[in-house]
Design a protein around this ligand. Structure first.
Ligand SMILES: Cc1cc2nc3c(=O)[nH]c(=O)nc-3n(C[C@H](O)[C@H](O)[C@H](O)COP(=O)(O)O)c2cc1C
Length: 473
């Protein structure tokens, strides 16, 4: 079993960067004080709303908790998470995947935004802003957004798979419970979904959010559309057709939501599906040419940015000013999407040093930011950096690899990391996420997500005992 050196064993960020260089990839290390570099405001411009200023360089990434109500309403656990994020000190709060319909939910506890829950979302957002003001003194430069999703292939609104796909996939169909062409959405169904996204975006605006994210990542529906190369009809084939959904949704939002900025979270590259090999280490699930990865080359293991650049050019033409770069999918290549030392229960041992995964994500973000400097770009994948996160984060800002540093898993274990870094305090070692992947293993086994090892609420819960038993098995 391959074992890699743990991040805390590198005594400084430069040593970690030297290790990354030995793997053939760069990892930027800041030279200025992170407390200053990461405190600087920045801005992006949305065609409808104009210039939006963000008060510092930290973003809390969307982190769903598998803990909404049966009807999709926010619960007390959701409220706790959002308020912790609001206290974090980050000035960009990118709230979690929220389904545009019941059948589009990835799990029976995913949030759903519809007229029934408008008031609940509006008051939760207002409470989050108020909490930020209470802790940090002002809402200046605080920007809030909500991610809208339809889970497509990975829909499980009541538990068992209930996939809605846009093309048949030789490997993923079996994993997603697709048995025949009945799961393939028609063009008319996609047209109707465009309207559903726009109507839900109207609710996002009414709830007071500054922006809506039209989610295009992680293998969910709009991301899958980007690789519908072989699909016939108006949503498949040439890139123009594969981006029709995005263009039509954004067109509708522009017409009906004049005060709402639009953002996109994009899987900017992909790889072929992985599975656990005989020794538990991740291996590609198949060999030969791969034709189903947006931003993937023909081997299915390397990046091809050609079409990605074309898509980002479209995003810029649509007057979208905010883009979050992520990659792959938690369902078939978690090592690419959220580098971790310990795999989730449905995953595999890392096939590569997770540092390489982090550096690849950051490098893809550099690629996009260098080509499209007018966009506001949020990077992803920092949690695995642990002790060295502040130095690498400030390196990314100093060198112009991105405009903001997105924090995912670390926001569950240690929401106040931004506040500590901005105050010049050393990170609290005991709160740093060590990537045990419990936040993924728990929901894969029917439990709510959260940081079971480090967040007292989850550590003391009955769920933690169950989780430990599941992991032992
Ligand atoms: C428990 C959990 C929930 C997540 N929820 C979402 C989500 O709602 N929307 C989304 O785009 N990404 C989601 N992600 C992905 C994260 O936003 C992020 O991209 C990933 O964890 C890598 O960043 P990190 O290294 O800082 O954790 C989730 C990840 C985890 C582990």
């Amino acid at each position: 079993m391959p074992r890699f050196r743990k991040v805390p064993s590198y005594d400084c960020a430069d040593a970690l960067a030297a290790h990354a260089a030995s793997l053939g990839i760069g990892l930027p290390v800041g030279r200025g004080a992170p407390s200053q570099v990461l405190a600087s405001p920045w801005s992006f411009t949305d065609r409808a709303v104009g210039e939006i200023t963000v008060g510092n360089r930290f973003t809390v990434l969307p982190m769903e908790g598998w803990d909404g109500g049966d009807d999709g309403a926010p619960t007390e656990l959701v409220r706790r998470r959002w308020l912790r994020f609001a206290e974090s000190g980050a000035k960009l709060l990118w709230f979690e995947a929220t389904a545009v319909s019941h059948e589009g939910r990835a799990n029976p506890r995913q949030l759903v935004l519809d007229a029934r829950h408008l008031e609940a979302f509006a008051s939760l957002r207002a409470e989050a802003v108020a909490r930020h003001v209470e802790v940090h003194g002002s809402a200046d430069g605080l920007v809030t957004g909500l991610q809208l999703t339809h889970s497509g292939r990975w829909c499980r609104p009541v538990g068992p798979p209930s996939p809605h796909i846009v093309y048949r996939h030789p490997e993923l169909d079996a994993r997603a419970g697709v048995e025949d062409d009945l799961a393939v959405m028609s063009d008319a169904a996609l047209d109707a979904l465009v309207e559903r996204f726009v109507a839900t975006a109207e609710l996002v605006e009414r709830a007071g959010f500054d922006f809506v994210d039209v989610k295009h990542c992680h293998g969910y529906l709009a991301h899958e559309l980007l690789s519908a190369y072989d699909r016939p009809g108006r949503y498949g084939g040439p890139l123009e057709n594969r981006t029709r959904f995005l263009r039509d949704v954004v067109g509708g939002i522009r017409e009906r939501c004049p005060r709402l900025a639009v953002a996109v979270r994009l899987s900017a590259f992909d790889v072929r599906p992985f599975r656990a090999g005989e020794d538990g280490v991740g291996v590609p699930a198949s060999a030969g040419e791969y034709r189903h990865g947006f931003g993937a080359d023909a081997s299915g293991l390397g990046i091809d940015f050609d079409e990605v650049d074309g898509l980002v050019a479209t995003i810029a033409e649509l007057g979208i000013g905010l883009l979050c770069v992520t990659a792959g999918s938690p369902y078939y290549c978690p090592h690419v999407q959220r580098p971790a030392f310990y795999p989730p229960s449905d995953g595999y041992q890392p096939p590569e040093d997770p540092v390489l995964g982090v550096a690849r994500l950051l490098d893809a973000t550099r690629h996009v930011n260098t080509r499209f400097p007018s966009l506001g770009i949020v990077g992803t994948g920092f949690t695995y950096l642990q002790e060295h996160l502040p130095a690498v984060a400030s390196g990314c800002i100093e060198l112009g690899w991105m405009d903001s540093v997105g924090l995912g898993r670390s926001s569950l274990s240690y929401p106040n990391l931004p506040a500590d870094v901005l105050a010049g305090r050393a990170p609290a070692h005991k709160l740093l996420c060590r990537t045990f992947s419990d936040c993924t293993t728990a929901p894969r086994n029917g439990l709510v997500s959260g940081c079971y090892p480090l967040d007292e609420l989850y550590r003391k819960s009955d769920g933690y005992a169950r989780l430990k038993a599941i992991k032992k098995q």
